[in-house]
Each structure stands twice: as structure tokens, then as C-alpha cells.
Design a protein. Structure first.
Length: 318
């Protein structure tokens, strides 16, 4: 039991309930640890383990697996309504791009410090035990990879890369941060000094000061001067087909599908639930609050993801 975690701990494991990023507060977390599950809750997870029957399953994860890493879930219970910028708006309107990059620069400067939590490490432990056909994540935070999982589809892309829409070149977001800091000396400090910064997902952040936003200098592609875009899927943009096909093949190779921490409110994740259900495979959903897949679920666990995933590894005898 827990063979993986001590080793991982040496490389930066953060206990599940520790906000990993200063100023970011875990949203909608229960304050519970795995040990705090009630007897009935443990029995429910034991039943899930029995349903899985030792066969490999596909794991689909959403924002709920990362809330314990201090990254808020904007679709979780109690989250404020948001209107994310669409792909079409981003491509069309320079002033909206300026606003986007100003917010993204603040959001990224915090998000890249996030560390995986017990839920991510439990997923890696399941993978190493041969119990997963693969991990499909709707998150762009790269925390499964940070927890050393190897077979992961980043369905909606990754926050740590940017893409030139003209020449197609990729850059690391850390490299872009150096350029943006040179173009905008003192910006991050001024935002912090102005206060009113609240964290938002997808490396976004609320920046209250319009003056700071309107003065923000946006970077161009260092190679061709083209328009740069974070390498993740915006609203109104399609998920690249190769990622979709790879995800379906993980579901097809699995005997069951486990969804952890997603309300399945976007079709890009829900379609895998529909496929598994259509093929007669058990669908297990671990999520606090309603999901769009509830009617297709064989079992629904209204539990925190870190606690439930950790218990699942135990119930499966790891
Ligand atoms: Zn370019």
C-alpha cells in the first residue's frame, strides 16, 4: 500500500489539502482526508472496486481532481458564473487578446507553481499497477504528468505551451513569460499591489485594473511575428481529432470507465461516457454535485476526488 507516494514525496509531493499556490484557495473542497471517509463511504468505494473486477479501466478526469492543488473549478458547486473568451473572439479582436494575455500572464505565474495532489498520485499508482488503459484529462494543468503518469491524453491541450497561429511553431510558456516580463516590466508587481486578483482556471485570473490591462504589451511569435495562442482548446474550437481518437481507443481497450471530478458539461468529455455506456461497460462517476452523465452511471459517488481515488487504490489492494 502507498508504495508510490513516498518516492513521489521526495520530488515535491504536497499533501492533499495544502493550497499549493500562495493566494489561491482550493474551491469546493471538503477539508476531509482519505482517512475521514465514513464507513458507508468506504463500503461504497469497495463496491466500485468489486464492479471493476480487476479489469483495466479508462480514467477521465476534470477540474475536480485539481481543486486540492489550489486550482479552482469554475463549474463546481458554488463557482461564480464566467463567460470565457471564445476562439472566434480571441482571433478577431486585438483588445480582447490584450485582455486575455494580461489575465493569462497573472494566472500562469501562479498556476505553474501548482503541485499534483493525492488524486493525481492515486491515478499514477493505478497506472503503474496495470489497472488503467489510459488517462484522458480535460484539464490543461499537466498535473497528471507532474505526478509521473505516462499514458495521458491532454484532451483540451496544455497550459505550459503556446502556439503560433501563423507558422505553427510551439514555445514553452516559461519562455513566453520571459518575453512578456521584458515587454511589461513591473506588470505582475503592479497587479499584485493593486489587489483584487482572484484565481480562475485555465491559467486565467481576474485582473481588476483596466489601466493595467490597457497598457499590457502582447508578444508576437519570435520567428514570424505571428499571433500567439495558448496551446489549449478554447470555447468554440474543436478538440484535435488525434486526441479524440486516442481517447476513444483508451475507452475501447477498457472494461469500464471511471470519471473523476467532472460535471461532464462539455460534449468533449461526455461522449466517452456515452460510448462506454452504449458498449455495456460500467460507468463510475466520482463527483460532488450533478453531472450530465448521471443517468448513464452504474455507480455515482458524491465524494471528493482525492479521498475517493486514494480509497480506490486501497480497495483494489494496492
Ligand atoms: Zn510564427
Amino acid at each position: 500500500m502507498d508504495q508510490l507516494r513516498p518516492g513521489i514525496g521526495e520530488t515535491g509531493f504536497v499533501p492533499a489539502m495544502t493550497p499549493a499556490v500562495p493566494g489561491m484557495t482550493p474551491a469546493a473542497t471538503s477539508g476531509a482526508s482519505a482517512a475521514a471517509l465514513s464507513r458507508d463511504e468506504i463500503a461504497a468505494v469497495d463496491m466500485v472496486a468489486a464492479t471493476l473486477g480487476g479489469q483495466p479501466f479508462a480514467l477521465l478526469t476534470g477540474a475536480g481532481i485539481s481543486t486540492d492543488s489550489g486550482i479552482p473549478d469554475y463549474r463546481g458547486p458554488g463557482a461564480p458564473p464566467r463567460n470565457p473568451l471564445t476562439y472566434q473572439e480571441f482571433m478577431r479582436e486585438p483588445s480582447l487578446r490584450q485582455r486575455y494575455w494580461a489575465r493569462n500572464h497573472v494566472g500562469w505565474s501562479r498556476m505553474h507553481l501548482s503541485k499534483p495532489n493525492a488524486g493525481h498520485f492515486a491515478a499514477t499508482e493505478l497506472e503503474r499497477a496495470g489497472m488503467l488503459s489510459g488517462i484522458v484529462t480535460q484539464n490543461v494543468d499537466r498535473l497528471h504528468e507532474a505526478a509521473l503518469a505516462s499514458n495521458v491524453v491532454d484532451l483540451h491541450g496544455r497550459f505550459d505551451q503556446v502556439l503560433c497561429m501563423e507558422c505553427g511553431n510551439h514555445y514553452s510558456r516559461s519562455f513566453l513569460a520571459i518575453i512578456l516580463n521584458e515587454l511589461n516590466p513591473g506588470f505582475l508587481e503592479a497587479v499584485a499591489a493593486a489587489g483584487g486578483v482572484s484565481a480562475a482556471p485555465d491559467a486565467d485570473a481576474d485582473v481588476e485594473s483596466e489601466k493595467l490591462i490597457s497598457a499590457f504589451n502582447v508578444a508576437k511569435c519570435p520567428l514570424c511575428g505571428g499571433l500567439l495562442k495558448p496551446d489549449f482548446v478554447f470555447f468554440g474550437e474543436n478538440v484535435p481529432q488525434d486526441r479524440v481518437l486516442r481517447s476513444f481507443s483508451m475507452v475501447d481497450a477498457a472494461a469500464a470507465l471511471v470519471v473523476a471530478g467532472s460535471s461532464l458539461s462539455v460534449l468533449s468529455g461526455l461522449r466517452f461516457v456515452k460510448k462506454a455506456a452504449k458498449d455495456g461497460k460500467p460507468v463510475i462517476i466520482i463527483n460532488r454535485g450533478k453531472t450530465r452523465g448521471d443517468s448513464l452511471a452504474t455507480v455515482k459517488l458524491e465524494l471528493g476526488v482525492s479521498e475517493a481515488m486514494t480509497q480506490l487504490t486501497r480497495s483494489l489492494g494496492l
